[in-house]
Design a protein around this ligand. Sequence first.
Ligand SMILES: [Zn+2]
Length: 555
Amino acid sequence: MATKRPHPSAAAPSADDDDPVDPSDELMFLALGGGNEVGRSCHIIQYKGKTVMLDAGIHPAFDGLAALPFYDEFDLGTVDVLLITHFHMDHAASLPYVLAKTPFKGRTYMTHPTKAIYKWLMQDSVRVSNTHRAPASSTSTSANDGGAIAQLYTEADVLQTLPQIQTISFNTTHTHAGIRITPYPAGHVLGACMYLIEIAGLSILFTGDYSRENDRHLIPATIPRGLKVDCLITESTFGISTHIPRAEREIALMKSITGILGRGGRVLLPVFAIGMAQELLLILEDYWTRHPEYQRFPIYFASALARKCMVVYQTYIDSMNDNIRSKLHSGATTGPWDFEHIRSLKSLDRFDDVGGCIMLASPGMLQNGVSRALLERWAPDPKNGVVITGYSVEGTMAKEIMKEPDSIPSVMGQRNNPSLAPGRKIGEEKTMIPRRCTVQEFSFAAHVDGSENRAFIEEVNAPVVVLVHGERGNMMRMRSRLLGLGKFKVYSPANCEEVRIPFRRDKVAKVVGSLASTYTPTGETIGGDVKRPRAEGDPQTISGILVQSDHKLSL
Ligand SMILES: [Zn+2]
C-alpha cells in the first residue's frame, strides 16, 4: 500500500496550513500512473470512504506488466467507480486487465462513442500483440501503440468484460454508491469527456486529455458556466509551451508535405489509427480538393482498424461540431467521412511503392508495425520525409527520430525491408539503418497548450489544482506559473506518492438538554446566538464540544 505521508510537492499560497483538519475531511489522491509522466494514466481519489478510479491506461514505451499502472500499490477491490475518459491506449488499454484479472468489482463508465471504438481497438491490439509475431505488412498492426498487450489479457477477456462497462452521455448525471458523476465534452478525440465527481458535497473535476481548439470535427471542451469545483485534476502535457495558431500550423504542415513530394520523396505520417488521424484526413482531403496539381500523388491510410471505426464516426456525427453536422444535413451526395482523395490500404503487400505519396500509418510512436516498417524502408533516402504530428512519448522511436540520429535500429527485420541490406553494420548487436530522410514536427496533438490550460484553470477557479499527465519538467513549469498567480494550492505528485488534501468544512453541533440550559458559553457559538464576556459568577465555560460520529471524535 502507498505510504501515508504529506507530499513534498504540495505547495500552497495560503498561510493557514497549520490549522488542524479533521482527517475525514481530507481528499486522498494517488497516481498509480500518469504522475510526472505521460502514459499509463490511472489515478485514485478517496473521500468520505468513497473510492473513485480515473482511467486505466498502459505506457506505450513499455511491454507487458511493466506497461501497467502500479496496480499492486492499491487494493482495487475497494474501488466503487472507475471512469474512463477516452479510448486512447494510455487511458483505457489496461481496462480489460482490471476487469478480468484483479479484485476490482466496482462500476465502470465511459461514453457511447468511447465504448464503440474501445471494443474494436482492444480486439485489434490483442491480435496484433499476439503481436510482434504478426507480419509487419499487415495493417491490422495499426493500433499497437501499447507494446505487447497479449501478455496482459486475451481477446476473450476483452469481449467477456464488455458487458461490465456502462455507457453514459455528455451532460447527464449518474449516481452510484452515493457518488455523482457527470461527463462533459473534452474535445481531444471522439467521445472524450471530462468528469465532474461529487462526493458528500465535494466537487472534483477531472479533465482527462482535453482541447479547446476549434478543429474540423470535434466540439471543444466545455463545462457549464458557474460550475462550482473544489478540486481540479488537470492534464499538463504541454506544460507552459504555446502552440502556434492552428491556421499557421496547417499551412506549415502542407508546405512541408508538398515540399517532400516536390523533391520526389515519400511522406510518412506516423499516427495513432483513430482520433487525430481523422482530423489529418480532413485537412489533407480539403487541400487536395483545392489543389488539383497534387492529386497525382496518392494519399494512403494504412489502417484496417480505422476502416472499422469509420462506422462509429459516421454513427456519432451528431456528437461532432457544426462543420461536420452541416455537411451531413446539406443534402450532399457524399457524407462528411467519405473521402475522394484518400485510399485505404489493407496491407503493405498491396502497396505499390513506386514514387511520391503520402502515407498515414500506425502506430504513431513508431515502435513496430507498419509505420516502423516504412520508416526503416524509407529512412536511408534523403528525398523522403517523416512528419510527426502527435505528442511523442519519452522512450519511443517517435521521440528518438526527432533528435535526427545518424542511424536507427531495425526492429522489423530484413524480410520486410529489402532496401535494408546496404545500411547494415556487421558486428553490431542490432542492425542499424542510416537515417538521411528529413524529420519535421507540427503538433496537431489535441491537447491544450500552456496558456489555454491556464485560462481554463482560472475559469474553473477551484482552490486546489492537481497536475497529472505531463513529463516532470513540463509539469514543474506549469506548477510554478500557477503558484505565481497566488490563487491556487497546486499538487504535482509522482506515481505512488499519496497526497492528502485538506478541505475545511464548517461543522455545526447543536447543544441541547441540561448542558444548554445550565451553562452559557462565552465564546461565539456557531449558530451565532450568544456572545458575552465571562462574568464572575459563571459556573463553568464551554470552550468546545466533543462529538463522536462514525467511531471518530471531533472537537
Ligand atoms: Zn488522449
